[in-house]
Design a protein around this ligand. Structure first.
Ligand SMILES: Nc1nc2c(ncn2[C@@H]2O[C@H](COP(=O)(O)OP(=O)(O)O)[C@@H](O)[C@H]2O)c(=O)[nH]1
Ligand SMILES: [Mg+2]
Length: 448
């Protein structure tokens, strides 16, 4: 096994930069570039000098040696903590490479940790999710899998499949002593597992919103107060607000957080019939923004009677998750009072009023996209790769049930049970090919 090295801290200047080295020769390689009075000892930080390729002192800092197997990779690891200069960090790495280390590839430290049994593959993916998390919710969710939660959930589904396989094998090997498992009983047990897998898939759909964020599109007729709402949500004057209809022509995109969940909010051009070619482009973009959004924030001027534009927007958004605000309540409520049954639970208020904004945020959190059902501390599927493996496991289990249902020979279900087990094994890494590992670790950064 080669010894690898990489800069572990982000590029740019900071207080400290850490250059990490892992592998059987980590100690010897570091000894060539680090000079200290006391020799390095396991888990003791030692002060000393980092030497350049030509032997001159490059920096002074700490070396922290950690002996296998109780390390993050399971191998001997030495960290050099140097001053946080990109130049010093780069030169320290160069010295280590010159002394015999190989430059680590993306995620190679974590890959070694997986290969040495330090974490399962779903936990390794969670490492990347923690690093990539853009919101409090995303970071919290990743922690559940980091500690092996998904592995435990998958193992709990794989174990009963293994039991069925054992019962089948027993009956095949000792037909006289061991009775065949009862078909209806096997079917019932498999059905339970399929339900558990389906629940994981449901969670995955919702969990995506936690990780990738929720997209809200603010739509409504011109002059309803859409841009004012964007500004109020952000707490800053982001979009131009004017009494002139058709002021917002392009889609404006910003981000903020609701309950720690990243929200992408799009302010759009007012939806109405228009002959102005530029405005029409804006309206077309508004329609596309609406299509791609998880939730529509529909803003209507509630002070005035509903006109055709207002009606059209309300009707167009009825079939989807949305929050409807009849705005400008300070000026009147004629439009609100004239609303139809599908808008019964619409809000009446003013985007200029903090209480309305708070009510809107609550309404968005409960607008049917599922945030209220997301338990962030529960183990969950966290990647398309994992969701695909579960889908294949479910297909196999469904074929098992079809075979049982058809009354075919019972040993025919064994291959499908094995296929389901293998698919689940891809998630934890119990069954992991080079291609699977390459795919997982390609998204990691170098040094992790
Ligand atoms: N009185 C009152 N005026 C509002 C309210 N919301 C927005 N406006 C005004 O309505 C006009 C249009 O607002 P704007 O946010 O540009 O609407 P948009 O075209 O939907 O983006 C501006 O003059 C705003 O100041 C409100 O709740 N009350
Ligand atoms: Mg506007």
């Amino acid at each position: 096994m080669e010894t690898i090295a990489a800069i572990a801290t982000p590029p740019g200047r900071g207080a400290i930069a850490i250059v990490r080295c892992s592998g059987p020769d980590a100690r010897q390689i570091v000894a060539r570039v680090f000079r200290s009075r006391a020799p390095l000892a396991d888990r003791v930080a030692t002060y000393g000098e980092i030497l350049d390729v030509d032997g001159t002192v490059l920096d002074r800092g700490l070396a922290l040696a950690m002996d296998a197997p109780r390390t993050v990779t399971g191998e001997d690891v030495v960290e050099l903590h140097v001053h946080g200069s990109p130049v010093v960090a780069r030169e320290t790495l160069r010295a280590l490479l010159h002394a015999g280390a190989r430059a680590a590839g993306p995620g190679e430290f974590t890959r070694r940790a997986f290969l040495n049994g330090k974490l399962d593959l779903s936990a390794a993916e969670a490492v990347a999710d923690v690093i990539d998390a853009e919101s409090r919710a995303g970071a919290r969710a990743a922690q559940a899998n980091l500690t092996g939660g998904l592995r435990a959930a998958i193992d709990a589904i794989a174990a009963p499949i293994a039991t069925v396989l054992e019962e089948l094998a027993g009956a095949i090997d000792y037909p006289d002593e061991v009775p065949e498992p009862e078909r209806g009983d096997v079917d019932a047990r498999i059905a339970v597992l399929d339900v558990q897998l389906a629940a994981l898939v449901d969670d995955w759909e919702r969990g995506r919103l936690v990780r990738e964020g929720l997209t809200l599109a603010i739509v409504g007729p011109p002059n309803a107060g859409k841009s004012s709402l964007l500004n109020a949500l952000l707490g800053e004057e982001r979009a131009i607000v004017a009494a002139i209809a058709g002021t917002t022509r392009d889609v404006i995109e910003e981000r903020f957080f609701i309950d720690g969940i990243a929200v992408r909010v799009l302010d759009t051009a007012g939806l109405r019939e228009s002959d102005d070619p530029v405005e029409r482009i804006g309206i077309e973009r508004a329609r596309r923004a609406l299509e791609g959004a998880a939730v529509a924030l529909v803003v209507i001027d509630g002070a005035r009677p509903l006109d055709a534009d207002a009606q059209a927007v309300l009707v167009a958004t009825r079939e989807r998750p949305r929050v409807v605000l009849f705005n400008k309540s300070d000026l009147g409520r004629a439009g609100f009072d004239a609303r139809e049954a599908p808008e019964a639970d619409a809000l009446l208020g003013s985007v200029l009023d903090a209480a309305t904004i708070a009510a809107l945020q609550r309404a968005v959190a409960h607008s049917g996209w599922g945030s209220e059902h997301i338990d962030l501390t529960r183990a969950h599927l966290a990647s398309a790769r994992q969701a695909d493996a579960v889908a294949r496991a479910r297909e196999s289990l469904q074929r098992v049930r079809a075979t049982l249902d058809a009354g075919d020979a019972l040993d025919l279900i064994a291959p499908e049970l094995l296929a389901a087990t293998a698919a689940l094994g891809e998630i934890t890494g119990a069954v992991a090919t080079e291609a699977i590992l390459d795919g997982v670790f390609a998204r990691f950064c170098i040094g992790k």
